[in-house]
Design a protein around this ligand. Structure first.
Ligand code: FEO
Length: 130
């Protein structure tokens, strides 16, 4: 769940982060409720699609402020997309027994990423405005 300490001082991006947590929670609920595999595939595809949109928006935002660590940040985004996509592939191939661990990974990654990486550009942005 999104909490105030995860803010990057940008309402649009904060809302995108909130939506990501909501999508991860829906996926978690899907697993908990033993939803059919097709439904879980749909949920994770939705998460991948929205994550791509969010990352693209965020990268544009960093580009606009001439953020010096954009490349490193982009690499982390790519890793997350690859990982999430791999869950989908494995699910589709019937190879993955989905568990809460998968969802915990997504949630923990997101919290860690926002606190450790996204908030760095927020700090850069606020310093640049001074
Ligand atoms: Fe908000 Fe860098 O992801």
């Amino acid at each position: 769940m999104w909490t105030e300490d995860l803010s990057v001082n940008n309402a649009v991006i904060d809302n995108e982060h909130k939506e990501l947590f909501a999508l991860i929670d829906n996926f978690y609920k899907g697993i908990k409720d033993n939803s059919p595999r097709e439904r879980l595939e749909e949920l994770i595809l939705g998460l991948v699609a929205y994550t791509k949109t969010h990352f693209a928006n965020e990268e544009d935002h960093m580009r606009r402020m001439n953020y010096p660590n954009l490349k490193e940040h982009q690499m982390l985004h790519k890793e997350f997309i690859d990982k999430t996509q791999s869950y989908y592939e494995r699910l589709k191939g019937g190879k993955l027994i989905l568990s809460i661990e998968v969802t915990n990974f997504l949630k923990e990654w997101l919290v860690k990423h926002i606190k450790g990486t996204d908030q760095q550009y927020a700090a850069f942005e606020s310093m640049s405005k001074v």
